[in-house]
Structures are given as C-alpha cells and as structure tokens.
Design a protein around this ligand. Structure first.
Ligand SMILES: Cc1cc2nc3c(=O)[nH]c(=O)nc-3n(C[C@H](O)[C@H](O)[C@H](O)COP(=O)(O)OP(=O)(O)OC[C@H]3O[C@@H](n4cnc5c(N)ncnc54)[C@H](O)[C@@H]3O)c2cc1C
Length: 277
C-alpha cells in the first residue's frame, strides 16, 4: 500500500498532478481507500481534491442547483434548497452509510464510483442531473455512467460539479431494501417521481438500483403511465412491466428471483402515494 499522497490547492495543480501515470483522484476516500485496502487498485499517487476552494460550493439558481465536487453528503443535507426542491435526493442520501460516511463521502464520488447500488446516483438518474467535467463539457448522468464502475470521464479530467434542474413534482418516493435497516448495501432500491392531479398522472419517472449493470430508468413504463389513474389496476400493470424489465443477478445479498419479485412488489407502495395527488 505504498503511494504518495498529494493535496493540491488549485485546479491547475490538480490537473498537473493527475497527469502523472498511476495517479488516482480522491475526494472523501470512502470508496477509493476501500479499493486500495483490498488491493483492487494499486495507485502510485493519490491526489486529493479537498483543499481546492473552487470545487467547494453550492449554488441555488432559478432553474437548477449546482453541487461542487467536494461537497459532502452532510453539507448537502444542511442545504435548505435541497430539502425544498429535491426531497427525493435528500431521502436517498440520508440512507448512505452512517453519519461518519456522510461526513466524508460526496455525491460526486458516488457518481464516479458508478455502482448500480449507488443511492445518490439513483436519485440523480430520476432528476435528469448533468455532470460538469473539467474539460468544460456537461454530460447527462445516464451517458456519463457507461457500466458498473465505468464512466465516460476522459483520462486526466475530473468532475467539477453536478447540475440538477428544478421541476415541480407532486409525489416523490425512494426506498432501499437491504439486509438490515442502516449501513446496508441495497438488495434493490427504487425511486419514482409523479406529477399528477386528482390521481391522474401527468408525468412519471421510475428507476431501480442493484438490478442491472447500471441504475435502470424504465422509460417505456414512464410513457405507459402518462394519463393513467393511480389505482390498483394501474399499479398491477406497472408491477408486471417492472418484473419483465429488471434483470438482476444472484449474489450474496439476494437471489435474482427474489429481487425480481421484490421490485414488482415495491410498486404497490404507489397506491398509498397516489393519495397525495
Ligand atoms: C461503510 C460504508 C458504507 C457505505 N454505504 C453506502 C450506501 O449506503 N450507499 C451508497 O450509495 N454508497 C455507500 N458507500 C460508498 C461511498 O460512501 C459512496 O459511494 C460515496 O459517495 C463516495 O464518495 P467519496 O467522496 O468518498 O468518493 P471517493 O472514494 O473519494 O472516490 C470514489 C471514486 O470517485 C473518483 N472521484 C472522486 N472525486 C472525483 C472527482 N471530483 N472527479 C472525478 N473522479 C472523482 C475516485 O477516483 C474514485 O474512483 C459506503 C461506503 C462505506 C465505506
């Protein structure tokens, strides 16, 4: 576990240090250091972002919020516009690890780690978030994540921020099913956003975690839901569609069969949620 630890003070220094072969970027280190410890990666140098002031910011704009790369989950949860405009994201990150993990870990780290079980990532898929890269490009999160643990981040570049557009939703829902209530990796997770009136759906988004190589947005289910009345027949149809579309694997946390049934059953929470329309 021999590596040099670098702490640049500016983005310019960060770029220079990242260009050295064998360099790995670290923010909170809650994913990276675990991988170093188990020998999954063997860095020559670890370059920390945490002392760079231009990456540490939160902006509440008219049409979006912008979350700087080094903002921790705990800082984000204290950010009032987040609770007001993005309660789904708040609920999702509230389930991440423990207070200690949330004091170190970041949403940007969750995105670049690109785990299909990433709780923050699932919310960002639902919210159509965009990832701002240091080369100036801004990429939808669904295009940024290309596979399990894989992203479209160009070599030598880093993520500067996450942009989340504001939108009025009537209902938000996030649920993570694990082997225990806290400090758990999900067996499956689900989130949805509904814009509706008198139980009739105007707009709908739904995504699942831990049941495919990446977080899974079910776009055809979203289309099907438009104009429908939220009742038992509707949730039954959605539930069947979900069961056909998720493709989980067997692992230590749960079998593929169990996960499929779980995903289908989670949809029935919508009946109660529909009363908020
Ligand atoms: C005990 C424990 C419990 C956990 N529980 C959960 C949980 O419930 N839900 C969940 O989703 N996750 C969980 N995690 C995983 C982890 O905490 C999160 O994924 C966290 O968001 C990672 O953020 P970080 O800042 O620590 O990332 P880091 O570990 O610093 O980095 C993660 C990856 O992102 C890269 N990276 C970091 N910053 C940047 C940047 N600015 N630009 C480009 N690349 C960057 C790193 O090189 C690395 O590949 C848990 C981890 C632990 C150890």
């Amino acid at each position: 576990m021999d590596f040099v630890f670098m702490i640049p003070n500016t983005e310019e220094e960060l770029k220079t240090q990242l260009s050295e072969p064998g360099s790995f970027l670290m923010t909170g280190g809650t994913d990276l250091l675990v991988k170093v410890r188990i020998g999954k990666i063997k860095p020559k140098r670890v370059v920390s972002t945490i002392r760079i002031p231009t990456l540490h910011f939160l902006k509440d704009k008219i049409d979006e919020i912008v979350i700087g790369a080094t903002i921790t989950y705990s800082e984000l949860m204290d950010f009032k516009p987040l609770i007001k405009n993005f309660p789904l994201l708040y609920d999702a990150i509230y389930t991440v690890g423990s207070p200690q993990i949330r004091n170190r870990g970041t949403l940007v780290g969750n995105v670049v780690n690109a785990s299909p079980a990433g709780d923050g990532l699932l919310a960002l898929y639902l919210l159509n978030a965009k990832i701002e890269i240091s080369d100036g490009s801004v990429v939808p999160v669904e295009e940024f994540v290309t596979g399990p643990g894989q992203t479209a981040l160009p070599s030598g570049e880093y993520v500067r921020a996450i942009h989340i557009p504001k939108y009025d939703w009537s209902v938000h829902y996030f649920e993570k099913v694990g082997q225990r209530n806290s400090m758990t990796i999900s067996i499956a997770s689900v989130g949805w956003l509904i814009r509706c009136k008198n139980r009739i759906i105007d707009e709908f988004r739904i995504a699942y975690g831990s049941v495919a190589p990446t977080v899974l947005r079910l776009r055809d289910v979203e289309e099907f839901a438009k104009g429908k009345h939220i009742d038992e027949d509707f949730t039954h149809s959605i539930s069947k569609m979900v069961e056909e579309r998720v493709h989980p694997i067997d692992d230590v946390r749960g079998s593929a069969k169990y996960r499929k049934i779980l995903c289908a059953n989670l949809v029935y929470r919508m009946i109660e949620e529909g009363t908020k329309c």
